[in-house]
Write a new protein. Structure first.
Length: 72
């Protein structure tokens, strides 16, 4: 898995997951449990990751939607 981006915004994360799913790209959220344990204070970002072979296409999908991906 390769990280696409980090965010503390659960709404944005949900949107990005839907965007990738619509493009046929399976993504996972890393650190979701840590964020839940910290009682929702948004102290820890969640990481959005995709399979290595989907990473370039996933970046294009995010770029086309005006979302900024990290260099992961």
């Amino acid at each position: 898995m390769r990280e696409l981006l980090r965010t503390r915004d659960p709404v944005r994360l949900s949107f990005l997951l839907a965007l990738l799913a619509d493009a046929g790209i399976e993504a996972i959220v890393l650190d979701a449990h840590v964020s839940a344990v910290e009682a929702g204070i948004s102290g820890f970002p969640r990481r959005l990751a995709v399979a290595e072979n989907d990473w370039s296409r996933a970046r294009r999908v995010l770029d086309e939607a005006g979302e900024v991906a990290s260099d992961g």
